[in-house]
Design a protein around this ligand. Sequence first.
Ligand code: SF4
Length: 446
Amino acid sequence: MDQQLVEKYDVPVPRYTSYPTVPKWQVNDFSVDRWKKNITMTNLGSEGLSLYIHLPYCESLCTYCGCNKRITVNHSVELSYVQALIKEWYMYLSLFNETPTIREIHLGGGTPTFFSPQHLALLIESLLKPVKRHPEYEFSFEGHPNNTTFAHLKTLFDLGFRRVSFGIQDFDLKVQEVINRIQPVTNVHQVTQWAREIGYNSVNFDLIYGLPFQTAEGIRKTMTEVKGLKPDRIAFYSYAHVPWTSPGQRAYDEKDLPSGDEKRRLNQLGQTLLNELGYVSIGMDHFALPSDPLTMALNQGRLKRNFMGYTESNGSGILGLGVSSISDLSFGYAQNVKSVEGYLSKIQKEELPLFKGHFNTPREIHTKSLIMKIACTRNIPVEALAGLDKEARAKFDSMVSEGLIERICADFHVTEKGTQFLRNICSLFDEYYHQGQGARVFSKAV
Ligand code: SF4
């Protein structure tokens, strides 16, 4: 029965890190002037602002990668990029009608640890100099196990970073060879051990299923290593094969990838093993130990979701700095240009480097709040059903009879069994999703 459900719901569906999802943004209504005007009128409140900072450089190409990155071994690019980020931040600071308090900083990439500890310190110190930290601030970064040094971890710790996420993907050497990411287990042991010695209170591993040549045996091996290292959090993502947008994926053949059935089995196996190791499913690809603040936030109904995934922080919005970064503020979304040259040139001309965005309508704000509530608390208020059309309501009723959703008192709740289909459940309330979803727009749910 469960296998039938997995097959039934393995359809392209958004991850809902935003609403509306990026393909549904009304980009023709967007203008940088309107974006700036909205920022001048935004009341940031006392919750604090989050910063997402994209550091795009990587020394070598991992063939599976779908991120926005620039491959280079020339480290002289670091300083000018850091200076551009600082300049972009000061452009925003001149717009806010009050000095923001910083709640979260997340360094993503690319490879943040491509940058030297000195340049990362220059960046963070410069960003924080004119502002205050929120009393409950949380700083995190993505580290590549092959080039994260003790100095990176120590420097960022001294600046207030307490969370680090390592991209692991798979410990199987054959998979690592074909994805061009040879990452010996000893490197991962070393960086994890350093992080713990220094005092980081959360280590996350990113793992992927569905990679070329991946097997059940390889997933078991990966989970055995996970058992030994016991990261606090795990993101267990589905590999998305999109060679038309990520040409590096042409390095292997489609027949090298696990087929639909095999991929679903790898996912099920990975989830079962994670449960056996004591990890709790937070929802939508994320797992955490019961003692982790994310699990506690889930249990206490405080969990939130944004472009960075799940968070327990309750900030007033995210400002994205750097190439391709996305900002998510109360009134809408905006994305920076995707090329390094385009970004640096705009910054040099003292222009915000935005190229598209979306302003939310009141109806979208309502739907966003509902979808995020379902994704984070698994609670579906009974009045939300009134907004479903006939087709969505029939799907909802099927999910109830399949045991994915149950009624508890007045409201409905996603059951434990329904947790792995959270994306599908959220999509019932997404009116744009029903207006022509395409296999090439969203990745499959499973
Ligand atoms: S997976 Fe990470 S390190 Fe590899 S190319 Fe992509 S962004 Fe760079």
